[in-house]
Each structure stands twice: as C-alpha cells, then as structure tokens.
Design a protein around this ligand. Sequence first.
Ligand code: PGA
Length: 249
Amino acid sequence: MRRKLIAGNWKMNGDQDLVRRVAEHAADSGGGAEMAVCPPFPLLAAAASQLPFGVALGAQDVSEYEAGAYTGEVSAGMLLEAGCRYVIVGHSERRTLYGEDNGRVAGKFVAARGAGLTPILCVGETLAERDAERTEVVVGEQLDAIMDAVDGPAFQGAVIAYEPVWAIGTGRTATPDQAQAVHAFIRQRVAERDGSEVADQLRLLYGGSMKAENAAELLAQPDIDGGLIGGASLDPESFLSIYNAAAEG
Ligand code: PGA
C-alpha cells in the first residue's frame, strides 16, 4: 500500500503568519496520509520549529553542487540540516523561467538523493505538446534523463509529480481519466528500467489546480498517490480539506 502524500508548494508566497496558520491547521490532520509543506527558503526554519510532529518539510529547489562559489544557490546538505525531508526538483516554472533542462534537473535529483533528501521530481507537458499528442514522449524523456543519470534504480524511494503545464495555476485541471492515463504510463516506464517492485512502491502525485472541490475524484484513481498543491496550499483550510480527502480515500 502506498501512503498518500499531500505536499504544499508555496512558490514565492507566504510569510511568518502563514507558517503559523498552516501549523495550527496541520495540528488537526489526523494521520492516515502524509502532509508536507514546501515554503520558500527563508521560512524553512520557522516551519521546522512550528509544524507539528509528522508533518514533513520540503524545499522548492536545490543546487546540483555540494558547496562552493555558486552565489544564490542552496545545497542539499544545507536543506537536510534545515530539517527538510523533501525537495521539489524540476518544477515547470524552474524549467521554463530559469532554463533548467533535463540534464540540470538530473544533476539536482542526484544531489538531493546523495544527501539523503527525497526528491519530488516534476514532469509534465505543455498544451502544445499535448495537442500534438507528444505527452508520453515528453514525459518519457524527462524520466529517462533521471534514470540515465543514476546507477541502479533511480526512483527507489523517490516521488514523482505529474504536473501538466497547462493545468498549473490556470484553474484548468486534468480530468481524473487524463491524469490517471499519464500516471499509469509513468509507473510503467519506471517499471521497465527500475523494476516492478520500485514502480509499485513509487508515489505519483498529481499537480495542477488541485483543490478541495476536485481532490477526492483525482485521488480515487488507482495510480494517483497524492497531490502537489500550489495555489490551494496558501489557504490553510483548503489545504487541510485536500489532505482530509487523501486521508479518508
Ligand atoms: P497549482 O500549482 O496548484 O497552483 O496549479 C501546482 C504546482 O505548480 O505545483
């Protein structure tokens, strides 16, 4: 059985007050599923000290390097020391706005794993790619880049988030069938290279306008093991509702 994971990606939002309110609401989360919160770097310390036991902390990005003259970067070791268990790697906003290609994303994935963090690898196609029926090609290449960079089963113990770019922050969600089809493809692709045991245990999150109103039907799909929540994670009540949908489902 894969334990569902609901992770909040705050992006460049939030402040000390949001940390406090989310921590308060998280105290009402009953277990059953796992909750994680990924605030911006300067809020990690406050979140680490205020989130209730059992709520995991994650970061939104990581350097592919261990240490050195990389102004503005944060290493995986630093994130671990700050209390992080997870780190988002290859979010589409990093790929499109900051030019992160599959090679750089693979470097970050390897660095995160090497330090003992659990990477949440984001994959997903643009609307043009979906319309051209290239979803599986694009997502397949994003997965292969990671599996090519790692000796042995790359996704053992990792998390993958399928986030169709056209659904992120747009209010337009993939239908449960559309999401399930890509999730099944991802699990199959991982099984081919990493083996079926790794693929069966791998948690696959859906991301892209997941909210309290649509969470339950997405989470009911057999290959959807949780959500990576952007906008709705900034409202502690909505975030808790989504979590409860996962915990009860
Ligand atoms: P959204 O963002 O829930 O606001 O669509 C999801 C994400 O980008 O991780």
